[in-house]
Design a protein around this ligand. Structure first.
Ligand SMILES: Cc1ncc(COP(=O)(O)O)c(C=O)c1O
Length: 392
């Protein structure tokens, strides 16, 4: 007789494979966090080079003050969902600021970026609808599509011709389809060809959702993301994103030029059946968004650091993602060499992300660095030097 628990020994074996190489990359504990770029792990000083803290706002004094004040004035939590328990005024104020920032009429805040993707996709799509999903899309997008019950067709990553073939094959159903892509992709740091995708979806009367989780505050003159940078923001039907990366907080959002977004509140289960973001998180997020808007210099520093790291590692001969971006992914020979090098970097005081299949494009293994505006030039050069030492 089989049991529900039979699958776990195989998972346990995978986990002990990770332990075997040294520190388990999924179990790193930072005993102390000193700043956006420095921490202590296992008694060792570490440069944080894998935190998605693109604008380095996690220790920004104004963001901390806003969070502390909200905590003192409005309490520790909301203790329920907005549907059942009502909203705090700050939820609506954050939504108004987001709508203003994106120059969109409608905005909706969720408790996480993951919930935003589930919430928007399940509200929008149902049985009989079609979703065309980039093959490298984040798990939250895939999960949301699956939960919606729509028919899912994947197209080749960033391949407009592959998307076009799918749309042609859909014939009359194309106008009931949703194209789902990311702005900047999280593993390799490459960007979607949004201008071409917009032209295509307009031709077929399809709709487009862009997840700008990694591009908010990073791309575009105002920092709205890749759609703004490519001049097509007004043509995107739904932009989703997270507060947990460049804004250094937690939560997710959707903005849209379509008024129906206002009705998603009544049908979106990941919005209706979970507690709303706590006042301190909303306070911090709101202040971080103000900082993003008021300090374009943060984005300039981020890009200068990104170029320095990308070019430095490229000069050393590492195989990197296809374009310079704040996500710098170093391709490894195989899973074992990724594990080995990741451990050596940590021992030498540099924390990066280890990305292993199946969560990676093409089943390859990567050491993924993410750059911050808060990194100093010296820290970037130290990271480059520690990578160079892997080859010594
Ligand atoms: C592309 C993308 N979308 C959504 C999310 C989920 O965001 P959150 O961590 O805020 O739930 C992530 C998180 O890694 C992501 O990379």
């Amino acid at each position: 007789m089989t049991s529900l628990l039979d699958k776990f020994p195989a998972i346990g074996q995978l986990k002990s494979g990770l332990d075997h190489a040294g520190q388990d990359p999924t179990g790193v504990v930072f005993d102390t966090i000193h700043s956006a770029t420095e921490a202590v792990a296992n008694g060792r000083d570490i440069i944080l080079a894998g935190t998605n803290n693109y604008l380095g706002l996690t220790f920004d004094p104004a963001c901390i003050k806003a969070g502390v004040e909200a905590l003192a004035q409005r309490g520790t939590g909301t203790t329920g969902s907005r549907m059942a328990n009502g909203s705090f005024a700050v939820h609506g104020e954050l939504e108004a600021e987001l709508a203003d920032f994106y120059q969109c009429k409608n905005a909706m805040v969720f408790s996480t970026g993951y919930a935003a993707n589930l919430g928007v996709l399940t509200a929008l799509l149902g049985k009989g609808d079609v979703v065309l999903l980039d093959s490298d899309a984040h798990a939250s997008l895939f999960d949301g599509c699956r939960m919606s019950g729509a028919d899912i067709y994947r197209f080749k990553h960033n391949d407009v011709a592959s998307l076009e073939r799918r749309l042609v094959r859909l014939a009359d159903r194309a106008s009931r389809s949703l194209v789902v892509v990311e702005g900047m992709y999280s593993v390799l740091g490459d960007c979607a060809p949004l201008a071409d995708i917009v032209a295509l979806k307009n031709r077929f009367g399809a709709s487009l959702l862009v997840d700008e989780a990694h591009s908010l505050g990073v791309f575009g003159e105002r920092g709205c993301g890749v759609a703004e940078a490519q001049g097509v923001l007004a043509d995107v039907d739904f932009v989703v994103g997270t507060f947990s990366k460049s804004l250094g907080a937690m939560g997710g959002f959707c903005v849209s030029r379509h008024d129906v977004l206002g009705l998603f509140r009544y049908v979106s289960r990941p919005f209706m059946f979970t507690a709303s973001p706590s006042p301190s998180v909303v306070g911090t997020t709101h202040e971080a968004l103000r900082q993003l808007r008021a300090r374009p210099g943060l984005k300039d520093t981020l890009w200068s650091n990104a170029k320095r790291l990308y070019c430095g590692l490229q000069k050393l001969g590492f195989e990197l993602g296809p374009e310079i971006s704040p996500v710098v992914a170093v391709r490894c020979r195989n899973r074992e060499s990724a594990l080995h090098d990741w451990n050596r970097l940590l021992e030498s005081g540099v924390y990066v992300n280890m990305m292993l299949p199946p969560a990676t494009p093409g089943g390859a293994s990567f050491l993924r660095c993410s750059v911050s505006a808060a990194h100093t030039v010296e820290q970037i050069d130290t990271v480059i030097a520690k990578f160079a030492a892997l080859r010594a």
